[in-house]
Design a protein around this ligand. Sequence first.
Ligand code: NAP
Ligand code: GCO
Length: 265
Amino acid sequence: MDLKSFSLEGKVALVTGASYGIGYAIASSYAKAGAKIVFCDIKQEFVDKGLASYAADGIEAKGYVCDVTNEPMVQDMVKKIEAEVGVIDILVNNAGIIKRIPMCDMTAEEFRQVIDVDLNAPFIVSKAVIPSMIKKGHGKIINICSMMSELGRETVSAYAAAKGGLKMLTRNICAEYGASNIQCNGIGPGYIATPQTAPLREKQADGSRHPFDQFICGRTPAGRWLQADELTGPAIFLASDASNAVNGHILYVDGGILAYIGKQP
Ligand code: NAP
Ligand code: GCO
């Protein structure tokens, strides 16, 4: 086997919501593997912040303001990327939100907002890039799923519904476009220390650890929160030719959570 198949040299990669957090870590690793990086975020100030961080890391990235739930805006962004950078070889559907609200207290509108960003948007962005991937003869789509693609927990009904749906959208894109040499896979991160999970790790008023922080460490065989950088090896693999025979798969990068019943009392 030629180890060059792990390289992303010359590929164009779009990572959504990648000004910071998991998206930023994945996009940066793609740049190091040789790809040209394009990212989007919903607000100009976040795009500017992202551009400054990439530049500080010595990475040349192009950033676009785009709300991934807005189909005309996404179609427009993809056209611009094709004209200004090139046809997208790799798409990472990373942008996501969570609302931690008990189901019976959640409004239908709040539920819809989460489904819109976490499930409808990956459909909208994938749909925008697939036609050019078909013309080019290959493409990689990576959907950022979750533990909640498999498990439920109190307060995250909309998020779990969306991430469970995203797992099945992943399999369906594989089923529908595998014959066009498009591989669509998911990464299911465990509990990663990013701004999204910061409220779950906040120190208590008395300086003790947040109960959820203790719960997650006890529920993870690795015994710790994971870092965004730990997702990058699997993300490079799924974006590269080394994974051309892997399709419709969800690769859980969870420190062992899904294999574990939890710490014995
Ligand atoms: P994060 O720190 O909150 O970053 C999410 C990014 O998505 C932000 O840059 C956010 O931009 C952007 N975004 C939100 N709505 C958007 C929209 N409509 N259009 C464009 N961009 C939008 O989250 P993260 O922890 O890095 O998570 C990234 C992905 O991994 C999400 O899909 C999340 O569900 C998933 N995930 C996270 C964990 C974890 O433990 N952290 C575990 C499993 C899966 P703004 O800041 O401007 O809103
Ligand atoms: C939560 C967390 C999770 C993680 C992640 C787990 O409130 O339980 O935010 O949903 O972000 O998706 O894989």
